[in-house]
Design a protein around this ligand. Structure first.
Ligand SMILES: [Zn+2]
Length: 110
């Protein structure tokens, strides 16, 4: 089965190019990277008002061994607003959402 070397998706034999990454598929992945995989959904737990705060929150969560994903604000607005002022959304794995909310809640209050 061909694989995409970028996103590691597996495709059917007749597919030659990954439609997502636009790269040629390879027969086998050379080295299976150590990836922590999970089918767990991500849950939105908070929106930080800007990137430095989002980074601070994610640092706090990571200290508690909670992996998080930051999603930068609205791209439409990015043309007018410097990155520093864009809100960032914070996502964590569903199983860790409750703990993450507890940790982050004190920081949400002004
Ligand atoms: Zn791909």
């Amino acid at each position: 089965m061909p694989f995409c070397p970028v996103c590691y998706d597996e495709f059917q034999e007749w597919v030659k190019i990954c439609p997502d990454c636009n790269v040629a598929l390879v027969k086998e992945l050379p080295v299976q990277p150590e990836r922590e995989e999970t089918d767990e959904p991500l849950v939105h737990i908070a929106t930080a008002p800007n990137e430095p705060i989002a980074n601070m929150w994610s640092g706090i969560l990571e200290e508690h061994n909670i992996r998080c994903l930051l999603k930068g604000g609205n791209l439409g607005a990015a043309m007018y607003i410097p990155n520093l002022l864009l809100p960032f959304e914070i996502y964590v794995l569903a199983s860790e959402a409750e703990k993450a909310r507890e940790i982050i809640t004190p920081f949400l209050e002004d």
